[in-house]
Design a protein around this ligand. Structure first.
Ligand code: GLA
Length: 389
């Protein structure tokens, strides 16, 4: 059924392209992502443990003879024409995810001609599954093919991340674009964001499902607080560095060092840095648990991660906390935590298969009564990364 859905989206986007532009396009799909554990660690050069999911963005494109870019956002029922003869500027809308990538190709002196592009898919927008990274990666992959630019996947990840940093203006880390590009079916990816080395870790899901519970809220402080957390960690590390010059990464700090340098004088930085240090340790423990298929331990680490994100890192929100509190006593939910940047979006839950429907119904009702907002729910599978279709 999942494969059917993907096929349908691909066909829909391809046919819309043919209908509009009367030629066969190049078609690329790129998935959204989940992150099992290791949150707000990517920009701290720590570890993350994401996976690509079976929710995808599909891009159909073909070069034009002129310097015009015709963009069609199928699901938004919107379109735009942009000329490449003028310097590119962010427009503050969905087109920035496409044109930010074009901008990066131009900055690498890879001459982009005009093109027609239609995109659409089923990655929920604004729910924290990285629909924007999926679009950026799909466009980067398609342009790379079209121009025969011979950039490898890691180059494309870096390029897509830069597009987001420089053109969209979000100072994100590398996790989202990496997971979208490198995802592997039924595997989670342990990425070291310092060395960019990664390994795939098998995730035996027999009898379990990954359920994303969507708060349907996105608090506006999200992106400003995100950048504040980034600088707080940098500041904390710089202070630690004065006394411990060899300490170049928060993941290698220890509690004594944090106590000594930050606890009294810089309590906020202390909590931020302590969270980052502990989250990296949790991730390593979580990988060990996966290797022996110990999902109980894995789940406990997820709960602990949420605790840290909520109390020490302070990027959760009442709706996310409420969802985690509701599932915590449920035997069939092995682990749960907020996922992604925070301040809204989804929680990720590791749930026994047979309990999924009841859980969604019960928590859905409680959430509706408590917040007056409906709850979204997605049962996701781990899928492959960006591909030419
Ligand atoms: C967002 C960013 C990622 C990462 C997460 C938090 O999704 O885009 O780079 O920092 O937040 O883990």
């Amino acid at each position: 059924m999942v494969i059917e859905e993907k096929k349908t989206i691909t066909e829909r986007i391809r046919l819309q392209f043919i209908d509009l532009f009367q030629e066969e396009p190049l078609v690329v799909m790129s998935p959204g992502r989940i992150n099992l554990i290791g949150e707000h660690t990517d920009y701290n050069r720590g570890y993350v443990l994401p996976a690509a999911i079976d929710k995808v963005t599909v891009v159909a494109m073909r070069e034009r003879e002129d310097q015009l870019v015709h963009l069609v956002a199928s699901d938004l029922d919107a379109n735009l024409v942009i000329s490449l003869e003028q310097p590119l500027k962010p427009a503050g809308n969905w087109s920035d995810y496409v044109m930010g990538v074009v901008d990066q190709f131009q900055k690498r002196n890879l001459p982009v001609r005009g093109f027609n592009l239609v995109f659409g898919g089923n990655v929920p927008l604004g729910a924290g599954m990285s629909s924007s990274a999926a679009l950026e990666c799909a466009v980067a992959f398609a342009l790379n093919e079209q121009l025969d630019a011979k950039l490898n996947r890691m180059d494309l990840v870096a390029l897509a991340q830069k597009a987001e940093n420089e053109f969209v203006g979000v100072n994100c880390g590398i996790m989202d674009q990496f997971s979208s590009m490198f995802g592997q079916k039924n595997k989670v990816l342990k990425l070291d964001c310092e060395t960019l080395e990664y390994e795939s870790v098998p995730f035996e899901m027999d009898g379990f499902r990954i359920v994303l519970l969507d708060t349907h809220v996105k608090h506006s402080l999200g992106s400003s607080e995100y950048n504040i957390r980034r600088s707080q960690c940098e500041e904390g590390l710089a202070l630690l560095n004065r006394q411990y010059p060899d300490l170049t990464n928060l993941r290698n700090a220890n509690l004594d060092q944090l106590d000594q340098v930050l606890r009294k004088e810089h309590p906020v930085l202390y909590h931020r840095c302590r969270y980052v240090m502990e989250e990296n340790h949790r991730l390593l423990d979580a990988c060990k648990a996966l290797h022996i298929n110990d999902l109980r331990t894995f789940g406990k680490l997820m709960y602990a991660s949420h605790e840290g994100l909520s109390r020490r890192y302070e990027v959760s929100c009442p709706e996310l906390d409420y969802l985690v509190e509701q599932v915590r006593p449920v035997e069939a939910v092995y682990g749960a935590r907020m996922m992604g940047g925070g301040f809204g979006g989804c929680t990720i839950n590791l749930v026994k298969s047979e309990a999924v429907s009841e859980l969604i119904e019960t928590v859905g009702n409680l959430y509706q009564d408590h917040t007056g907002t409906s709850l979204g729910a997605y049962v996701v599978q781990i899928g492959n990364g960006t591909a030419l279709l």
